[in-house]
Structure formats: C-alpha cells, structure tokens
Design a binder for this molecule. Structure first.
Ligand code: SF4
Ligand code: SF4
Length: 132
C-alpha cells in the first residue's frame, strides 16, 4: 500500500455529485466559508453559483502545474482543510480502491486483502473520525 499520489481519480469520479455534505458542514461553510457555500444549492453540492446548474466536476479540484510534459497528472484540493467529511474518508475499503483503480494499491496488496486493509487503516487513521 502506497501513500496517495494525488492522481485525482477519486475526486474526478465522486466530485460530480456522488459526494454529499452534512447539514453541519453546510452551516459552517455558510458562516465561515461563503466561497464554498456559494456552490451549494438546496443543500446539495456542487452547483454553479451563477447559473445554479449542477457541476459535472468538483470546482475545487486543481491540476498541479507540471515541470515536464511527460509527468503524470497530479491534483490538489483548493479547500483541503475545509473539504467535506466524505472526501476525508476516502479510501476506506480495498474493494472500492480496486473498483476505482486507486493508485495507492500495489500488486502485493492483492495477495492479502486483510493485510492491505490494515495498512490502509493505518495510513488513513488521521483522516477518519475516532472509532472508525
Ligand atoms: S472537495 Fe477536494 S477532496 Fe473533495 S472532491 Fe473536491 S477536490 Fe476532491
Ligand atoms: S484514487 Fe487513490 S491515489 Fe488517486 S488521488 Fe484518490 S486516494 Fe489518491
């Protein structure tokens, strides 16, 4: 199991509407992060603040400039510290990582899912809520 290499596949896949935010998160954005709250419509993420249309891609996903054209795409989240809980919890299961072609997975992880899950849980322990 490798650390996340910021390939962006998860944000690209889930940032178009499969993500959700809690009422508490939305309330906090409204008070402290109006720039994020602007993308909420009817308690749903993410919508164009001007047209109100649902976005097909997370507006906070940014492609990092490349030093050379041959480098793989690398993405960052421009609201990293304020991102939804949903984003913080990914990845949570080996099965979803395989399904999503998450690049943290290594060949050796396929030989023992239980061991791979334990490694993942260790890597993710600071991102998940207590008792997860
Ligand atoms: S809010 Fe950040 S972590 Fe969540 S989908 Fe968008 S770019 Fe990815
Ligand atoms: S798919 Fe996996 S490796 Fe790629 S950005 Fe998401 S967590 Fe990181």
């Amino acid at each position: 199991m490798k650390e996340c290499n910021q390939c962006g596949k998860c944000c690209i896949k889930y940032g178009d509407g499969d993500l959700s935010a809690t009422q508490e998160e939305i309330d906090l954005w409204e008070i402290f992060n109006p720039d994020i709250f602007a993308f909420i419509k009817n308690k749903q993420i993410w919508h164009d603040p001007h047209t109100g249309e649902k976005l097909s891609r997370c507006p906070f996903l940014e492609l990092t400039p490349k030093a050379t054209p041959h480098e793989a795409n690398k993405y960052t989240c421009s609201i990293y510290l304020d991102r939804p809980e949903d984003c913080r919890h990914y990845p949570s299961l080996i099965s979803e990582m395989l399904r999503d072609e998450c690049e943290m997975i290594e060949i050796i992880d396929l030989e023992n899912y239980k061991k791979a899950q334990a490694k993942l849980d260790l890597i993710m322990q600071d991102s998940r809520p207590a008792g997860y």
